[in-house]
Design a protein around this ligand. Sequence first.
Ligand code: MG
Length: 287
Amino acid sequence: MKFATFSYNGSLHVGLVDAAADTVRPLPGVGDMVDLIARYAEIKETFPSGGSGIAVRDVKLLAPIPKPDRNIFCVGKNYGEHAREFAGSGFEAGAVKGAEIDEYPAVFSKGFNTVVGPYDDVQLHSHITSSVDYEVELTIVIGKAGRDIAKADAWKHIFGYTIVNDVTARDRQKNHKQWFLGKNLDTFCPMGPWIVTSDELDAENLTVKSWVNGEPRQNANSSDLIFDIPTLVSTISQGLALEPGDLIATGTPAGVGLGFKPPKFLKAGDVVAMEISGIGRIENKFV
Ligand code: MG
């Protein structure tokens, strides 16, 4: 199933999406997306099975979790080709002993101030950066709480998946020698268009693509992740309890702007589109 957060006639709803019919049906009695995720097993049988929905074009889709309870966990350099383009770009400041491929996953986070909807504008913040870049990422949505989760149990803790653009100011990422400042500018995390439940997808075989102004940029498959989904859930949950609604962006494939010579950073008016098979599409203008 696909669940969206949207506004319609001035109020906020969580709804069940029918992607084929291009409609969304509000779910009565659901507070917000995290409430839905936390109570999913108990309430899923109560969802209305019939009735007409609202046309998706008539609602405003928000990020599925518009204000996460805490930072979004993100994984760096998790596709081999991207790790190599990053190492060769001159923007890498955090390589351990010069390694292109890390021995352990590199994990950082993005605050809730970064989150915007799947079709919202993204600010370029051109007074402080001139190297804003895009990163399409398959993003895990945690369903069941857990700490010290074993790899073999990781799938049971996943509710579903969404798309995140891990927007990055490369100069700040490089100059400050860590990833927080370059990744945490307001509006730097477009998310959506909705969450697809894990039973609908083979998360280890999804095409992950992006375009800038219609020009293809990234095109990979989630089967190419260096650290796979169970490894990420297990690693992040060591000594740190994951909660329903927590998000883990799994890293981006090759084809980001810094990988080109010279780099192709984003300019005002650029439109970045991203698609992951089985999930959907997000599209954001940079302003
Ligand atoms: Mg990233």
